[in-house]
Design a protein around this ligand. Structure first.
Ligand code: ADP
Ligand code: ZN
Ligand code: ZN
Length: 748
């Protein structure tokens, strides 16, 4: 057999870390571009695969290769450089190629759906044809009066109307059915075309903008100029601007320049920050279609948004983490807002960092990338200090607002009422009397973190986790926030049958109750996952806050990001100590970021703001450094500590995790992994563990971890690759769930 046949090398959705070879479909011309999808036989099933490359050779004898069933696309779905990025990422994150590349496609395309916009059925007037009329009784042909009205409406809409549109006009399905039987109307199928195409209709500068941009202040102007000078080339920028410094306005004006050149902007925001308010600011400014991608979309909506970006109809794509993997036909800039946010790292499966991959993508597309934050991750901070990123700073608030004043409220000698100190309660009175709003932050939902028996010391623990269950009052139940296990609240202690059961500590429900008792005339609004579960609940709450007079907002970190509350002048942080003594080396960094994010909600318009933080550690040097000298000073101190003990970013981590239902099994597996990896390390890669995870049992599984770390990324990568290959072939590996997390951001 001639070896000159073209062989298709595909990425398939398989956990195997390799590519798969196929012959072209029978009778097909041998000319396929990488990025096309193929339907292929796989065992007894059929799978959709993505063509990575074609080759003239295969490691498998050609006679043994099976032909693909058919090609699913006319045009490649992904450009070559994104295929390459996917391959690079699969290799870097030690993940199966097929699964990594699948992440670049929306679910419907992975399932083989056509890469087309949704189709809609529309009703139009159909002139009855002789054939249809033949068997229709001539009397019944005449429409009723109501049917005639419907026909008149349809005549006015020659492009057709959907059933839904007709229903709102008061015409029922049965009327339509009646007309259809008389062959007076027909249904046509039409692709719902996107509003208008950015690329096919070159626009003038005026028509791209829908509102007049703000006049930039000096700091903003400097940032815009610096980044605009890099248009069309790769450059990473760290835009470190305090909350309220007007980073969004900087993004908007840069996007204006990008769109003007007929290019597209990709904006990533944290999961929790993608509010209608955020999207609204972009939609309001520009006269170009904005596509939005986030986890709340249906599969169909996601495909439509993806196609808008991929085909160039959308000038702007805003989305959460996975939006980074969406192709743009003419990329112009990547913006990652709140770049320090944890949601940019995927915590299961393909564990990529959208921020880090964003840099790689901008490089591949020769475009600038902006990482924006008031509180940059220490990784990005260190990169800026080392000159790898260009560092732009905005230290003043834009517009009228001035930065808030901080107070560390020492609660060591104070008696607390449901977690609130007297002096804090006192301080809340003035702003409320003046018609202003107060935000109370507590990053713990539910009524109390645990329920305890005061007679025998029993605590409500989760039967599946090494954790207490949270007490909820509305409705009353015990809930494990780690595995979702729920149980009713009994009246007596299950150990001693005593009746002295007490909630310990406070969550948002308890704080809400206490504040409502203390301020009976003020509305207290709770914002957490429980109070916003209903669809559009958050929008309702925001509207109440924006329209209303004085109120107290009580909430978790859902309140901390993305929102603009012009009437909030006092922010109270009830538990500022939460991250001070964390087992995670990033605990302090995360705490500082959260404190400044929350504090940033205070005094965002003309009235000055104040932040009161209740703490048992008012003398803690790092906490003082943060509030007295600011984030930059804090970050420098943290980095000095990290360097001294060789923690990231001065050292690179790979975390091998394992879990199993049987106790000891995960640990035994990691012991084996350690034995396998030790001879490979040649001293450049060190090992720590196996050790039990900080929460050893979770959702009924015992968990352990083995840390691989090195100063040299290459050495770590080499060892990790070999380890994964060896583990994959090892029969013990099948008895546990294991994964290797490169650059982990969570250490559990
Ligand atoms: P950040 O994203 O840095 O927290 P925003 O972009 O949300 O800040 O801006 C904070 C507030 O300042 C917004 O209300 C915004 O409209 C306003 N603002 C931003 N830039 C200017 C400016 N140049 N002139 C006047 N107001 C501005
Ligand atoms: Zn008891
Ligand atoms: Zn649990």
């Amino acid at each position: 057999m001639s070896s000159k046949r073209q062989i298709l090398r595909l990425a398939l959705p398989s956990p195997l870390r390799r590519q798969f070879d196929y012959l072209p479909p029978e009778g097909a011309l041998d000319d396929f571009q990488p990025g096309l999808r193929f339907l292929v036989p796989f065992g007894k099933r059929e799978l959709v695969g993505l063509l990575l490359e074609t080759s003239e050779q295969s490691d498998i004898p050609v006679e043994k290769l099976r032909p693909a069933i058919r090609c699913l696309d006319l045009q490649p779905l992904l450009p070559a450089h994104l295929l390459e990025l996917g391959l690079w990422a699969a290799n870097y994150y030690q993940h199966a190629v097929g699964d990594a590349l699948c992440s670049f496609l929306p679910v419907l395309l992975r399932k083989g759906e056509q890469a087309q916009f949704r189709h809609q059925w529309l009703w139009v007037v159909g002139e009855p044809e002789a054939a249809d009329l033949a068997d229709v009784d001539s009397k019944r042909k005449n429409p009723t009066q109501r049917q005639q009205q419907l026909l008149d409406i349809l005549r006015e809409h020659p492009d057709g109307l959907s059933s839904d549109a007709l229903k709102t006009l008061g015409f029922s399905q049965s009327l339509l059915r009646g007309l259809k039987e008389k062959a007076l109307v027909t249904r046509i199928q039409r692709e719902t075309a996107p509003p208008h195409s950015l690329l096919h209709k070159p626009e003038t500068k005026e028509s791209l903008l829908q509102e007049v941009p703000l006049a930039l202040n000096e700091e903003q102007q400097r940032a815009v100029d610096a980044i605009a000078a890099s248009m069309g080339e790769f450059q990473s920028f760290l835009l470190q601007g305090i909350t309220g410094s007007g980073k969004t306005e900087v993004y908007l004006q840069l996007i204006g320049k990008v769109v003007e050149r007929g290019r597209q902007a990709l904006v990533l925001v944290p999961e929790i920050g993608l509010t209608p308010q955020t999207v609204g600011r972009f939609r309001q400014r520009f006269n170009v279609p904005v596509a939005v991608i986030h986890s709340g979309l249906t599969d169909r909506e996601r495909l439509d948004a993806w196609l808008m970006a991929q085909q160039g109809h959308a000038g702007i794509l805003i989305g959460t983490r996975s939006a980074l993997l969406t192709p743009l036909i003419r990329p112009g800039i990547i913006i990652i807002d709140e770049e320090h946010d944890g949601s940019f790292k995927q915590q299961d499966g393909f564990r990529y960092s959208a921020r880090d991959l964003g840099i790689m993508r901008a490089r591949a597309e020769s475009i600038p990338i902006i990482l924006g934050s008031a509180t940059p991750s220490l990784e990005s901070f260190a990169n800026a200090e080392a000159g790898r990123y260009r560092w732009l700073k905005m230290e003043k608030r834009a517009g009228e607002a001035s930065p808030p004043e901080f107070e560390l409220l020492d609660i060591r000698q104070q008696l607390l009422q449901d977690g609130l100190s007297d002096s804090l309660i006192e301080q809340m009175k003035t702003p409320l009397q003046q018609g202003e709003q107060v935000l109370v932050f507590l990053n713990r939902r539910g009524f109390a973190p645990t329920l305890m028996c005061h007679d025998c010391g029993w605590q409500a623990d989760c039967p599946q986790c090494d954790a207490h269950m949270t007490l909820h009052r509305r409705p009353p139940h015990l809930h494990c926030h780690h595995c979702d296990y729920q149980a009713p609240v009994g009246a007596t202690c299950p150990e001693c049958q005593g009746r002295n059961l007490n909630p310990m500590g406070a969550g948002t429900e308890r704080t809400e109750e206490a504040l409502q008792r203390l301020f009976p005339d003020i509305s207290v609004i709770r914002v957490d996952r429980d109070s916003t579960r209903r669809k559009n609940a958050m929008q309702g709450i925001l509207k109440r806050v924006h329209d209303g007079g004085p109120c107290i907002l009580v909430g978790t970190q859902m309140l901390a990001k993305g929102h603009h509350f012009p009437k909030v002048t006092l922010v109270a942080i009830l538990d500022a100590d939460a991250g001070l003594f964390s087992a995670d080396f990033r605990g302090m960094e995360k705490m500082a970021q959260l404190i400044l994010q929350v504090a940033g909600r205070a005094g965002r318009s003309d009235r000055p703001g104040k932040v009161v933080m209740q703490t048992l550690n008012a003398d803690h040097p790092r906490l003082r450094c943060l509030i007295e000298q600011g984030y930059t000073a804090f970050a420098r101190e943290e980095l000095i500590d990290r360097k001294a003990v060789r923690l990231p970013p001065f050292c690179h981590y790979g975390l091998l995790r394992a879990e199993a239902v049987a106790p000891g099994r995960a640990d035994a597996f990691l012991q084996l992994a350690r034995m396998i990896v030790e001879p490979l390390t040649d001293q450049r890669v060190q090992l720590l563990g196996p050790i039990p995870s900080p929460m050893e049992r979770r959702a009924g599984r015992y968990r352990a971890q083995l840390l691989l770390y090195s100063d040299q990324r290459k050495a770590l990568h080499g060892v990790a690759t070999q380890l994964v290959q060896l583990l994959e072939q090892n029969k013990h590996a099948k008895k546990v769930r294991w994964s290797l997390d490169i650059d982990p951001t969570e250490m559990f």
